[in-house]
Design a protein around this ligand. Structure first.
Ligand code: ADP
Length: 425
């Protein structure tokens, strides 16, 4: 529902943007072409009109290079009474036909296009400012007020008309394509948004569900304790222990949820510095060797000397804790857990393998998913939340690395982490 409205709004916006671009493009093309069409004509008209003068009652060209002037440009003279006389070339045109139009054009020096009786004319009217302004004509002397240059521009106007039709019909067909394209683009850009929205919805639903179980356990145990107000703590120790265990689980779950929620919001920054992997594994060994022993497992750590990389030390530690926690959780005694690390080119490859029963093939691609747990009962029993590996994956990817899992031929799971060293050397 929400997405439908956004989709509609987004497609309308995309279409409008496209349409504006199209209109601007069309206007620029039309403007440029019409400028190119008329530019030459206008120049020739100005040249010819500006060159006219009157000497001893006769028209003269100030420049001797008369061949410079375009013979197709007609020149008219207008007297102070608004009467129009055709001068060049006299015989070609009917003065009367144009007289009316030209008589009303003010001598501004500006050029414009006008259609008269199926023909398009380009007209320039400039005031005649010289002192010698008396012209002798067949009809007697006239006082010249302005000079008018006229050029027939039928072909230019027709071509521009065609261009306008092409642009307009392009716009109409373009509109249809634009709307379809706008809708398509909007849909395309909504897909990842919708996917991550649904993922978040799922995440919230799963998280609430996960929190409900321990809460129910805490509630029922507390209620059971309340039933016997006379009992000592010792007598109710199993229930108290249950409550403490569930609260601990919930605390872990909430802190993991917070990590993932913050990572989704890009609020978690890595504190990158030069880290000695040997140092990190030393701390890990101190923590986990006794733990593994308690569970009847042997933990061996075999890592190359002086492995250094640019990383977030805390996160690297957390990553190893998650992998080792799982290895211990899912390996029955007597078993073996092996941690190896070595340099391969620009990467460090860390592997955590165990001798447990491994992961069923159909679960392999899903173990890094949030809340994914292979054996729900077993995982819950051992305090699993199903979030460990998704946090591990986030840590590795934030470092620009890759994490993968496979089953060993000899049985047991093997998690491999490839981390770029990125030495600033
Ligand atoms: P959990 O809290 O359930 O351990 P994880 O995200 O850490 O959640 O792991 C997801 C699932 O992957 C586990 O429930 C388990 O089925 C499987 N898994 C993880 N590590 C191992 C392992 N070393 N051996 C076998 N299965 C494993």
């Amino acid at each position: 529902m929400m997405f439908k409205r956004t989709l509609r709004r987004l497609s309308v916006r995309i279409s409008v943007v496209f349409l504006l671009i199209f209109i601007i493009f069309g206007t620029v093309i039309y403007g440029y072409v019409s400028y190119r069409f008329f530019d030459k004509v206008d120049d020739s008209m100005r040249l010819k009109a500006n060159n006219l003068g009157i000497a001893n009652g006769r028209i003269v060209f100030q420049s001797r290079n008369r061949w410079l002037f375009d013979p197709r440009i007609l020149i008219f003279l207008r007297d102070t009474d608004g009467r129009v006389f055709n001068m060049f070339p006299r015989e070609e045109i009917d003065v009367e036909r144009l007289a009316e139009l030209i008589a009303h054009t003010p001598p501004t020096g500006r050029i414009y296009t006008k259609e008269i009786e199926d023909h398009a004319y380009r007209i320039l009217n400039i005031p005649y400012l010289y002192e010698d302004n008396i012209l002798q004509t067949d009809r007697g002397p006239i006082v010249v007020d302005s000079i008018i240059a006229v050029s027939i521009v039928d072909s230019e106007v027709a071509a521009l008309g065609d261009l306008l039709i092409i642009i307009a019909s392009g716009l109409v067909t373009g509109m249809i394509i634009i709307i379809i394209a706008g809708y398509y683009l909007a849909r395309r850009s909504m897909v990842p948004i919708q996917a991550s929205w649904e993922k978040q919805q799922q995440f919230v639903a799963d998280a609430s569900h996960e929190l409900r179980t321990p809460l129910a356990v805490v509630k029922s145990n507390a209620e059971l304790i309340l039933r016997h107000p006379g009992h000592t703590v010792e007598e109710e120790s199993i229930r108290v222990t249950n409550i403490i265990r569930e609260v601990r689980r919930m605390t872990k779950l909430v802190s993991e949820l917070l990590t993932l929620a913050r990572s989704d919001a890009n609020q978690l920054e890595l504190m990158i510095s030069a880290v000695s992997l040997n140092q990190v594994t030393e701390t890990i060994a101190e923590q986990f060797v006794p733990l593994a022993e308690m569970e009847g497992l042997t933990l061996t750590i075999k890592i190359a000397d002086q492995l250094e990389l640019m990383a977030d030390k805390e996160r690297l530690h957390q990553l190893l804790v998650i992998l080792l926690d799982n290895a211990i959780k899912y390996t029955p005694p007597p078993g073996e857990i092996l941690v190896t690390a070595d340099k391969h080119g620009n990467n460090i490859i860390i592997a955590v393998e165990d001798s447990g029963q491994g992961i069923p093939a159909q679960d392999l691609p899903r173990v890094f998913d949030r809340f994914y747990r292979g054996d729900k009962a077993r995982s819950r029993e051992s305090g699993g939340t199903g979030l460990g590996l998704s946090i591990a994956k986030w840590i590795v990817e934030q470092h620009g690395g890759k994490i993968s899992v496979e089953n060993k031929a000899a049985g047991g799971a093997k998690f491999s982490v490839v981390l770029p060293i990125k030495k600033s050397s």
